[in-house]
Design a protein around this ligand. Structure first.
Ligand code: HEC
Ligand code: HEC
Ligand code: HEC
Ligand code: HEC
Ligand code: HEC
Ligand code: HEC
Ligand code: HEC
Ligand code: HEC
Ligand code: HEC
Length: 419
């Protein structure tokens, strides 16, 4: 019985092993499963999970050759002009593009699939340089892998959101590869510690941008300085709209300063604080306005924004502690919590509103918050006064009670006294 189980188990395990790829699909697979270990770079390791294998395609769909050449390798590979020997990067992108740029072909497999990858690729710095004969740029397989290509939303894919920074930095953090281009190699190091990198890589928040969200998937090129706010603005819509309609936008373009990047950096975007506006301490404005005097428009603007935000913050803090105090005394304060929430919302909106770089519109956004703070302060005071009044009332009431009790006591004692 035990022996039987043993054989069943062995049978089961070998079943899994052969179930990985169907060696009867064609001659290429059958022979290559056998010889894989002898190759310098084995190709079958991930092949059973490759999207192309899953869709019924095979080696010869990419490499050419005759998949019916069962007799020997010559019949399969070399007895046929279509076989691409020693595939160069140029051969490769054209080969991948043969199917992926053909809408009629691709629609057989997926109705809404995109077919612009190759066209976009030729517009990217990678594609442009490849055409100039520079070979260390990214080709399709540098980003997508080869013989283990997964759908892009599969966590195993090299271009799955969380894996992209690693994939790009394979080259972009490698000084040898980047040497000739003269580009820095600090993008990934900066990105890792940025607010975006932490959100993406540590908190796995795929709403946070990876390299491709700012550089494009296939058109990889840096956004030019005049259009960076459009890129950041795909997510930070309000900041973009305010900044683009501000007078600073034109000033930045005139001076060739990168829009959002000028104050926030590109790869090392940090979490912001209100101190960004504090001219005396860590203001981001100083980077460009270092020599401005106290009376300059920039200093006045930064100081005013800072003051407005500090007023909102301290107002909220004061109202909050008064309401807390009242609540701990057992008073009903929920009516005023709503005002406080509104003030909080306004504070957040005001931090965004500063991107208009227009004092009047910032005041306009902040005003409802100041009113809400005023309402909760008045409310909190009223509730606390009520409490004091009730305490006073309670004191008088207990005086009366004690007095009545005393009278009663005297009465009772009088009644108990024998005549
Ligand atoms: C009978 C065995 C056999 C068959 C069938 C076979 N191959 Fe090969 N293949 C080999 C061997 C052995 C090598 C490595 C030695 C060499 O380069 O000839 C190889 C190498 C390759 C290479 C690397 C060569 C290069 O240019 O770098 C590719 C690509 C390849 N095979 C694809 C295919 C395709 C596609 C098919 C089916 C059309 C196929 N093979 C069928 C045995 C086979
Ligand atoms: C989606 C297209 C695609 C499919 C399908 C595919 N290959 Fe390849 N293969 C490539 C590309 C592109 C390269 C060259 C890129 C590289 O060297 O990294 C390559 C390289 C190779 C090499 C050379 C590896 C080396 O490093 O020398 C071999 C061998 C090979 N393929 C065999 C196969 C076999 C066998 C199959 C089927 C089981 C297969 N390929 C299926 C695209 C494909
Ligand atoms: C610089 C890296 C890079 C290169 C080079 C590259 N890709 Fe992509 N590819 C990506 C990224 C990133 C995505 C999108 C991932 C996502 O949507 O989250 C993608 C997505 C895709 C998709 C899914 C459909 C789509 O367009 O979103 C296909 C198909 C594809 N690439 C094929 C190709 C082909 C073919 C080539 C070569 C002509 C190529 N890629 C070159 C990085 C690259
Ligand atoms: C013979 C045609 C053909 C060739 C050549 C080809 N592909 Fe594909 N590829 C397909 C088909 C078909 C699919 C499945 C489409 C689908 O279902 O979305 C696919 C899917 C993909 C996907 C997943 C897209 C997604 O929906 O997430 C990527 C990435 C991809 N291919 C990259 C490549 C790369 C890189 C090469 C070159 C090394 C290549 N392909 C060569 C036909 C091809
Ligand atoms: C195989 C290596 C490799 C990979 C992988 C790679 N790149 Fe590149 N990339 C390069 C090289 C090399 C250059 C410089 C080409 C030149 O100008 O000489 C470059 C250039 C660029 C540029 C142009 C910079 C400029 O100022 O013109 C951008 C942007 C870029 N890559 C983004 C990316 C992104 C985003 C990814 C990942 C999705 C990626 N790259 C993946 C090698 C790579
Ligand atoms: C939040 C958006 C954003 C993200 C995420 C991002 N970049 Fe950039 N990147 C930019 C901007 C903006 C520029 C600068 C354009 C300018 O000033 O001309 C730039 C410039 C570059 C350049 C040109 C050389 C340089 O450093 O100035 C390369 C290469 C590059 N990025 C690669 C990457 C890689 C690799 C990643 C992922 C690790 C990445 N970027 C992530 C926005 C981004
Ligand atoms: C794909 C969407 C996306 C893009 C593109 C993007 N961001 Fe972000 N950004 C986010 C998300 C999500 C967060 C919040 C991260 C977190 O959870 O802390 C964030 C956070 C920030 C913060 C910190 C906010 C705070 O509360 O202090 C700043 C500043 C910022 N981004 C600026 C930029 C700039 C500048 C660019 C363009 C160079 C840019 N972002 C591009 C999504 C994006
Ligand atoms: C990346 C550089 C840069 C940063 C950082 C910067 N500015 Fe400016 N700013 C400029 C340029 C360039 C001009 C137009 C030239 C000039 O008038 O000095 C300008 C002009 C101004 C003006 C109009 C000045 C006038 O005399 O009409 C104001 C107001 C201003 N900035 C406010 C700010 C504030 C507030 C901050 C910080 C939150 C800030 N700027 C940060 C580059 C910058
Ligand atoms: C002239 C400098 C300057 C420019 C240009 C600038 N910002 Fe800001 N940004 C700031 C300052 C200062 C703060 C901090 C405000 C605070 O917290 O009190 C800030 C805060 C932020 C925040 C966090 C607060 C919020 O709104 O959620 C985000 C996100 C942001 N900026 C995105 C952007 C984007 C996107 C652009 C380009 C469209 C941009 N910024 C352009 C100075 C700037």
């Amino acid at each position: 019985m035990r022996l039987l189980t043993f054989f069943l188990l062995i049978g089961f395990i070998s079943q899994i092993a052969v179930a990985e790829v169907d060696i009867n699909r064609d001659a290429c697979i059958q022979c290559h499963v056998e010889i894989d270990d002898d190759l310098d770079n084995p190709v079958m390791t991930n092949y059973e999970n490759d999207i192309h294998y899953e869709k019924g395609l095979s080696c010869s769909d990419c490499h050419g050759g005759n998949p019916e050449g069962w007799d020997d390798e010559d019949a399969a590979m070399y007895d046929n002009d279509s076989f691409i020997e020693d595939m160069s990067k140029m051969d490769e992108v054209n080969m991948c593009g043969k199917c992926h740029a053909d809408p009629t072909y691709m629609r057989q497999y997926a109705a809404s699939v995109k077919t612009d990858q190759l066209a976009q690729y030729w517009t990217s710095q990678h594609g442009i340089k490849l055409q100039e004969g520079i070979d260390n740029v990214a080709s399709c397989t540098s980003c997508h892998n080869v013989h283990g290509i997964f759908p892009v939303n599969d966590p195993r894919s090299t271009v799955y959101d969380l894996n992209i920074p690693e994939t790009c930095s394979k080259c972009h953090s490698d000084a040898d590869i980047m040497k000739d281009s003269g580009y820095p190699t600090d993008q990934f190091d900066d990105f890792k510690i940025s607010v975006h990198g932490i959100a993406l890589l540590e908190n796995q928040d795929i709403g946070s941008p990876a390299c491709n969200d700012c550089h494009g998937n296939h058109g990889a090129s840096p956004p030019d300085v005049g259009h960076i706010s459009d890129i950041c603005g795909t997510c930070h819509v309000n900041n973009k709209e305010l900044f683009q309609s501000s007078h600073l936008k034109d000033a930045f373009i005139k001076e060739g300063i990168a829009q959002c990047e000028g104050c926030h950096n590109n790869h090392a975007v940090e979490k912001t604080t209100d101190e960004y506006l504090n001219w005396e301490n860590n203001s981001v404005c100083i980077v460009c306005h270092e020599n401005d005097d106290k009376g300059s428009k920039a200093v006045i603007m930064a100081d005013s924004f800072y003051e407005i935000i500090m007023n909102l913050k301290s107002g909220i803090h004061m109202a909050d502690s008064l309401l807390n105090d009242a609540e701990q005394k057992g008073m009903e304060v929920s009516d005023y919590d709503y005002n406080l929430e509104e003030a909080h919302r306004t504070l957040i909106q005001t931090r965004t509103a500063i991107h208009s770089f227009n004092l009047e519109s910032v005041i306009e956004v902040a005003t409802p918050g100041m009113k809400a703070i005023e309402a909760s302060l008045t409310g909190a005071n009223k509730v606390l006064n009520d409490w004091i009044f009730r305490r006073k009332g309670l004191f008088v009431f207990s005086l009366i009670i004690s007095f009545v009790a005393l009278i009663l006591y005297i009465k009772i004692r009088d009644m108990e006294k024998p005549d």
